[in-house]
Design a protein around this ligand. Structure first.
Ligand SMILES: Nc1ncnc2c1ncn2[C@@H]1O[C@H](COP(=O)(O)OP(=O)(O)OP(=O)(O)O)[C@@H](O)[C@H]1O
Length: 377
């Protein structure tokens, strides 16, 4: 797929810009704090209705106004799709081809993106919540129904936690817990199964990409780590039973602590390089390569799942990759994946490898096309 055009109104530091992004590679160059990341973020938000940097939608609205609006035109295999997303204090509204979508899950998936930003190193070395967010956002892109299950699980979890807090040990209300347990296990098992199958598919690509980047020196492995000790290979009904048994076992502890101790909200992932945990033993370079392999694998996985390549958004990461990795990244994708790159200076980009590329200058919330790289070198 191809993003032909994007318009931003009162989005972060953009009052109004209308951009034709009709090149395969779009390079946004500018000094710090000019709006480069904001622009890539807007493309990401148009795909997932959420930012990769914040959970608070109101931060996306420009300080001078009450609404933010993103409009984009996406060329897909079967025609052009027009997307509109608006944010206000009342919430967000999403339209596909002018028709308002009551459910955001009907909007998500119209545009697919893979973002690679410096903070993605945290997927490997950061807190478990970052890895869960990575999994959930990526699965949600290709299977929007997953986000609905996640939402239902979140609601049950919040209600169950309130109940645990208010009951306390020995409370007469405890039989009610069975109702929450059934729902928690039902949605929880669906989430665990989907995550596990996603990792399985992602790993097939990530293994070979990682081996390619490291010239066969490193073997990557990824394992899903459930917070409850269950056999992930079993089918959903068996997992449901196991989940219910575990909930009975931790019941007293949960009532004492007033919080749900097991379930996908506490699960994690472990990355291994040549059999050793990358979080613990990996060098900064190995962790970075792992994050890159994951992102490149996602591109292939999205293509496998939906039959089209997503957009690749590279936020200030090219300068962090050595020439080899940069070349590999650009060569692999520039013919099939539309790419948006931000950088503070063109000297960090291997321009000789770019074919259909356009450079844009970003300054104080304004974007000006500076033409093809050969004209600007
Ligand atoms: N809601 C908002 N309304 C107006 N301006 C905002 C809003 N949110 C952020 N900004 C401004 O956007 C600018 C940051 O833009 P951005 O993060 O895109 O920078 P950048 O060009 O990517 O810089 P760097 O190279 O440092 O990452 C800051 O000046 C910040 O004050």
């Amino acid at each position: 797929m191809f993003l032909k055009q994007i318009t931003l109104q009162n989005y972060r530091n953009y009052e109004r810009i209308e951009l034709n992004t009709d090149s395969q590679v779009n390079l946004f160059v500018g000094e710090n704090a000019q709006g480069k990341t904001n622009l890539l973020e807007a493309v990401f938000v148009l795909a997932l209705t959420k930012s990769h940097r914040t959970n608070k939608d109101k931060e996306l609205i420009g300080w001078e106004g009450a609404h933010a609006h993103i409009h984009g035109e996406v060329e897909k295999k079967y025609g052009t799709v027009k997307l509109d997303l608006s944010f206000s204090s009342q919430g967000k509204k999403a339209k596909v081809n002018g028709l308002e979508q009551r459910k955001l899950s009907a909007f998500i998936g119209s545009l697919n993106v893979v973002m690679f930003a410096p903070e993605d190193l945290e997927i490997v070395k950061g807190a478990p919540g970052i890895r869960r967010r990575f999994l959930d956002m990526e699965i949600g892109q290709v299977q929007p129904g997953y986000l609905h299950t996640l939402q239902q699980y979140g609601k049950v979890l919040a209600q169950r936690n309130n109940y645990l807090k208010s009951s306390g040990p020995g409370s007469a209300q405890q039989p009610l817990l069975d109702v929450w347990n059934m729902q928690l296990a039902e949605f929880g098992v669906k989430i665990i199964k989907k995550r596990q199958s996603f990792i399985h598919k992602l790993l097939r690509w990530a293994k070979s990409i990682h081996s390619g980047i490291t010239a066969g020196k490193e073997e990557l492995d990824i394992k899903y780590r459930p917070s409850l000790d269950i056999d992930l290979e079993q089918d959903q009904s068996v997992l449901f039973e196991q989940f219910m048994i575990k909930l009975t076992q931790v019941k007293d502890q949960e009532l004492r602590r007033g919080v749900t101790l097991i379930g996908p909200h506490r699960d994690d992932l472990t990355f291994y390089i040549n059999g050793k945990e990358a979080q613990v033993y990996g060098s900064q370079g190995q962790q970075r390569t792992t994050a890159l392999s994951l992102k490149l694998a996602e591109i292939e996985l999205i293509h496998e799942e939906i039959g089209e390549y997503p957009l690749l958004l590279l936020d200030d990461v090219l300068s962090e990759l050595d020439q080899n990795r940069q070349t590999q990244l650009i060569e692999t994708f520039q013919t099939k994946v539309q790419t948006f790159i931000t950088t503070t200076g063109l000297e960090s980009v291997n321009l000789s490898k770019l074919k259909d590329a356009r450079v844009y200058q970003v300054s104080k919330g304004q974007v000006a096309s500076a033409g093809r790289p050969s004209m600007t070198e």
